[in-house]
Design a protein around this ligand. Structure first.
Ligand code: PMP
Length: 440
């Protein structure tokens, strides 16, 4: 295992495209000045016009400054992977299976990897998955995109948590979907609120297609859906003929390893399940998957094939070798204790430094802690003040479909060593304290 990086270049390593998107969405809520339109603007689809402009490159550049602590990027900590072993494997795949590895493959993905994915899903709590029902995708991001494409016409409703994953919001909005938030609390979605929301939307003549949910360690809130609410939520959706789109990239990263059953576990026909190797192995390989109910498989698979022809063959072979020849569950146990330690360090620093009036979630797994500031304080302008103080975070407006300022913000602990987490929070605290004092 390599030694953890400390401080200085944490920002440069951890501000991913996703983070930039999140920052851009947050900025979108603050209506940046419109540039002069080029005549080609008239050629754009309404769909493309819905995709938020990434006007936040300035912040991105600034946040690359050495010495800044980035609590913004939700990147996995790849330094603990067996990089030398992977380098040998990659060379061996090209040398011994180059003609397969560099060739087109089947649209659904290789049978070996689909079979192994069923073993990964068994570890996640799904025991009846069959390789025939797995479609390998370019990350679970593309699996979400395919789901929106297959099920949603413009104006259709997707129900979701508030806050929710910025990449999903971007995808759904690109399909001109009407995203509607369902109320939740520290135990996740509230079944009675789901029932009420469905009733009011149906009364208003809306067509609801999907419930998109991240039941385990929601990005950004870190919240886990209580086990006792899970079946009720699926039952409510089944009664209303709404398909559940369950996104579970962090499920295996529950610190204590005692995993609640996924929504999909006992509901093979009612849940389209999305998984990913991005958080448990390597996001750069872009390998995720969908476990699709039998009756929807062909539609889903054909739509996926229409986007990518086939998932990347070389990357699939690399993931297969990793699962076959490496103690991947041991690696997940390493990750669990690593992230648990970091989460604890972040929570301890928040206890130590945060001013009165700030509250936060206490995750049992995943990558994120979600802070709530007193009502009326907009976290977006504090981003720039934070950068001046040497710390970056993502303002809450990035993660909500609701317009207007947000008094929330996301802190990611996954890629930052404990001592830098403490330093980041120490720098953030006076910025928040000043904002709170100014609002009083
Ligand atoms: N879903 C959630 C909740 C995520 O946080 C992310 C990535 N941050 C994704 C999906 C996309 O992951 P992938 O790399 O598999 O596309």
């Amino acid at each position: 295992m390599n030694t953890p990086d400390v401080g200085a270049n944490a920002a440069a390593e951890t501000l991913s495209e996703e983070t930039v998107d999140a920052l851009a969405r947050a900025q979108g809520h603050h209506a940046p000045a419109e540039p002069q339109p080029h005549p080609h603007e008239a050629l754009l689809s309404a769909r493309a016009a819905n995709i938020k402009q990434s006007a936040v490159r300035d912040v991105f550049e600034i946040s690359m400054q050495p010495g800044l602590v980035s609590l913004a990027g939700g990147n996995p900590y790849l330094q603990s992977l067996p990089l030398n072993h992977l380098a040998d494997t990659a060379a061996q795949i090209i040398a011994e299976h180059g003609l397969e590895a560099l060739q087109y493959g089947g649209g659904q993905g290789t049978l070996e990897l689909r079979t192994q994915i069923c073993e990964v899903m068994a570890a996640e709590g799904i025991h009846d998955a069959r390789p025939e029902n797995v479609v390998i995708t370019a990350g679970s991001q593309s699996a979400q995109d395919v789901a929106a494409k297959v099920f949603c016409d413009p104006g259709d409703v997707i129900l979701l948590e508030d806050p929710t994953y910025v990449g999903a919001l971007n995808t759904f909005e690109a399909y001109e979907v009407d995203v509607q938030a369902v109320a939740g609390d520290e135990h996740g979605l509230i079944p009675s609120a789901l029932r009420a929301k469905i009733a009011s939307l149906k009364a208003a003549g809306k067509t609801i297609k999907l419930l998109y949910t991240i039941p385990n360690f929601n990005n950004p809130s870190g919240v886990m859906l209580a086990p006792e609410r899970r079946q009720e939520i699926v039952d409510i959706c089944r009664e209303a003929n709404i398909l559940v789109l369950e996104d579970n990239p962090y499920g295996l990263l529950k610190f204590d390893g005692v995993l609640p059953a996924p929504l999909r576990a006992a509901n093979p026909d009612d849940v389209l399940y999305l998984g990913s190797f991005s958080k448990i192995f390597a996001p750069g390989l872009r390998i995720g998957w969908a476990l699709v109910p039998e009756h929807l498989l062909q539609r889903y698979y054909l739509a996926s094939e229409a986007v990518t022809l086939c998932p990347p063959t070389f990357n699939q072979l690399l993931v297969s070798d990793y699962l076959r020849n490496y103690d991947w569950m041991g690696q997940i146990r390493t990750y669990r204790s690593l992230y648990e330690e970091r989460c604890a360090a972040l929570l301890a620093a928040l206890e130590e430094f945060m001013p009165e009036g700030v509250s936060w979630t206490r995750p049992e797994g995943g990558f994120f802690v979600w802070l709530t500031l007193p009502e009326g304080i907009d976290s977006y302008p504090l981003l720039y003040k934070g950068i001046d103080a040497g710390v970056v975070f993502v303002p809450g407006a990035a993660f909500t479909a609701t317009e207007g300022p947000s008094n929330k913000l996301r802190l990611a602990y996954s890629a930052v060593p404990p001592e830098s987490l403490r330093e980041g929070v120490k720098r953030l605290a006076p910025v928040l304290a000043e904002a709170i004092a100014g609002a009083a």
